[in-house]
Design a protein around this ligand. Sequence first.
Ligand SMILES: Cc1ncc(COP(=O)(O)O)c(C=O)c1O
Length: 409
Amino acid sequence: MKLSSSGHVRKYASVNYLKNEPKKPDVKTAIPGPKTLALTEKLGKIQNTGAINFFVNYEKSIGNYIVDVDDNVLLDVFTQISSIPLGYNHPRFHDVMKNSQNLSHFINRPALGIFPSADWPDKLERALLSIAPKGLKHVTTMACGACSNEQAFKLMFTAYQRRKRGEPTEEEKESCVYNKEPGCPDLVILGFDGAFHGRSMGCLNVTHTKWIHKMDYPHMDWPCAAFPKLKYPLEENVEENKQEEARCLEDVRRKIDEYNARGKFVAGLIVEPIQGEGGDNSASADFFCQVQAICKEKGVFFHVDEVQTGGGSTGTIWQHEQWNLPHPPDVVTFSKKMLTGGFYATDELLPREAYRIFNTWMGDPTKVLLLEEMVKVIKDENLLSQVKVTGEYLRSNLNELQVNLDKLW
Ligand SMILES: Cc1ncc(COP(=O)(O)O)c(C=O)c1O
């Protein structure tokens, strides 16, 4: 079978992205190798090591290639957990570290919500607002993906209540301290089957992938709607996929109505543009536009979780930009390749009181320093268009493989 190829990809395939980047994998031992096994035993005396693949030599890892402690050179197509934005040891990141003007940021970690440095607003502007999803001009940094989603849920709950009752009453302020209504209302977030939004207690209510994340933990009764299971190749299953998406949209509608009718009001809906943990499932742009339309109709806030898809790997910084939504999402969360966690939000979702969305660090300025550089590198090296070309090449060859699968055996 002959795979189609593009001149552009061939040209780039022969050029190393970074100087000294290996040209190909080089596997010298079994994996895990002897050094990894010895280190796993050592670490195993301190903590659970069940998830460790291998120990890494981060000095030797370059660009797309990760090198383990046994000197095996591997092509890291998954970029760890979808979380390395520019490959290993990018020289521009080294420059950020070498710049003595950045030193105080590394030495003095601020509690950003209370004592930010003078350059913090400019840093947010350059690193995060310069690439903000269209229509969203507020951003707050957080530590990780799960805690960004948790804060986004709180934003949606508060805004939902604010719409309903305006300013909080004294009774609400007193009752909430003891987990009682009306201060703690019966509100829910709707998630999708196969979704992954993190492992914290709130996020687990909308995470529906594997038992290992959920078993033994008490749960809130939050709704879960069907997510499309599309048939491939898409071009050959247009009608069937349309029906599948219609079935799921109907389920979204039904779950919102059902929960609202039970007095468990649906304040928000969270969705991944491409389900990552759930198995690389996605849907058409039209599906997501319709989900947003249902949210608008039902007074439900629309939360797009771009923790896995954000940062450029789909050819746009945010995958949802490819949906051409008529309105911006109410909240977009990010982490992983963005190097810092956080969320973008609309005016309506912004908290009105201090300490509503708060923790000690509120993110880490040193990660934002690197993010600022990452944004520049993406622009300087035109990486988004390269992602599009390379992604199209990969996709078309995978399609061809799929069609010709029977000839391979
Ligand atoms: C879509 C999505 N949301 C949230 C998370 C949770 O992020 P974190 O592991 O940083 O808490 C992940 C992690 O894989 C994810 O893929």
